[in-house]
Design a protein around this ligand. Structure first.
Ligand code: URA
Length: 441
């Protein structure tokens, strides 16, 4: 078989056989298929797509390209949650303790931020002393005793995705439904959970800009999960504006703590409750409606916050920081950004808010860049707010004035003000499961 023929077949709209897909994935991981050939095939897939069988085969080949986790050492039904990536998305830090405090184990391997999106590992590492490098035995021990742990990837999971994702990132082939679906589902399948909840983000800060595209991506992933015997549900949630008000690592951990104390922005709380309820439902705890109440109760009675304390301590962190926010790294400089005209915030380019936070030091332009845990943005106004000239839009935090200048310039571009009031934005657009698509908005 020749890679040339595989590329040509897909370029001309053909359907790849299982053997051709195996040849590509195995060859790319071993080095027999070059980066330029893999990039050409990704571009052909970007334009011509893949059917369900091709996407499922690609996913399973990728999943089996490295170690497959065996979570049988953890008691109970393991439900994993994965977000397709967004700005201000700190939901894992809220969900894991809510779900674990109700007896459902959460054994989560999270990722770092890249590009305009943040990563849970970077957020967690802003907690003084906390380690995300935990070996497998200790990881299992923490989940079995505390109920939840959020760590970096252990073992050699899905090397095919590591290579392919880095390649797609620099060849404009990220936002393709079969490529995103196979990338995410290969990692979820290799990570070993029994059930999978997907948070598919939709809007200006997400890879999928419209609910229709997000639903198509969700359907592709649900189909793959069900085909390999892992019940999979996807919620399509809003990323047309940042989630909550905090963007940046320590700022987001603090906002997650506030959520567990019951004092967070409404969009963040509602999104966390809905995701937690779906995880509990997948674990067979109760009906979806009852699971919503259970999740809310764990915030109201403080048990979820206690669980976060326990998890942080088990991972070596100083849990006093969760109550005394002055123990987090502090920013050297800050600046208030105020409206230069009056009007409704009509839309936000959420991707630009993420880019502004990276410019402030909260994210990386390349994998090697160091992160400033204290840097970021506290938004005071999002889409739907009315601003009078001089009102506070956001407060920026960074290590120096030059970063504040750049962050402010980019953040201002993210706001579109108009005389007209925008229509309210739903938090949820749809729920996709093997039973079909439930439209929620
Ligand atoms: N997240 C992933 O893990 N992979 C993608 O392709 C896109 C988002």
């Amino acid at each position: 078989m020749r890679m040339y023929d595989v590329i040509e077949k897909k370029r001309d709209g053909g359907e790849l056989t299982n053997e051709e897909i195996d040849f590509f994935v195995n060859g790319y991981v071993s080095g027999d298929v070059t980066d330029y050939q893999a990039a050409a095939l990704c571009m052909a897939i970007f334009y011509k797509g893949m059917n369900a069988r091709e996407t499922a085969r690609l996913t399973m080949d990728m999943a089996h390209s490295g170690d497959m986790m065996d979570l049988s050492g953890i008691k109970g039904i393991k439900v994993d949650k994965h977000s397709t990536g967004g700005v201000g998305d700190k939901t894992t830090l809220v969900l894991a303790p809510i779900v674990a405090s109700l007896g459902v184990p959460v054994a989560k391997m999270s990722g770092r931020g890249l590009g305009h999106t943040g990563g849970t590992l970077d957020k967690l590492e802003s907690i003084p002393g906390l380690s995300i490098d935990i070996d497998l035995n200790r990881f299992f021990e923490i989940v079995n005793t505390v109920g939840c742990a959020v760590v970096g990837q252990t073992g050699n999971l899905v090397p095919a995705d590591k290579k392919l994702y880095a390649l797609r990132d620099v060849t404009a082939t990220v936002d393709s439904i079969p490529l995103i679906a196979s990338s995410i589902m290969s990692k979820k399948i290799a990570a070993g959970a029994d059930k999978i909840l997907l948070d598919v983000k939709c809007g200006s800060g997400a890879f999928m800009k419209t609910p229709e595209d997000a639903i198509r991506l969700a359907q592709a992933m649900v189909e793959i999960g069900e085909e390999v015997g892992r019940t999979t549900v996807a919620l399509i949630t809003d990323m047309g504006r940042p989630l909550g008000n905090a963007i940046g690592n320590a700022l987001e951990v603090i906002e997650a703590c506030d959520t567990l104390k019951g004092v967070a922005p409404e969009d963040l709380t509602e999104t966390c409750i809905e995701l937690a309820a779906n995880m509990l439902f997948l674990a067979g705890k109760a009906s979806l409606e009852e699971c919503r109440d259970l999740a809310r109760d764990q915030i109201d009675n403080g048990e979820a916050f206690v669980k976060l304390h326990e998890m942080v301590e088990a991972q070596g962190g100083d849990s006093r920081a969760l109550d005394d926010y002055s123990l987090f790294a502090q920013p050297k400089v800050s600046r208030e950004v105020r409206a230069t005209e009056s009007g409704w915030v009509f839309t936000m380019d959420t991707e630009r808010t993420g880019i502004a936070s990276v410019a402030l030091g909260a994210g990386r332009a390349t994998k090697e860049d160091a992160i400033d845990p204290a840097a970021g943005i506290m938004l005071a106004a999002k889409t739907g707010a009315y601003l009078k000239k001089g009102d506070l839009m956001a407060t920026l935090y960074a290590a120096d004035e030059a970063r504040l200048d750049e962050g402010e310039r980019i953040l201002r571009e993210a706001y579109e003000l108009r005389e007209e009031e925008p229509a309210p934005i739903p938090h949820f657009f749809a729920r996709v499961s093997r039973d079909g698509v439930d439209r929620l908005a």
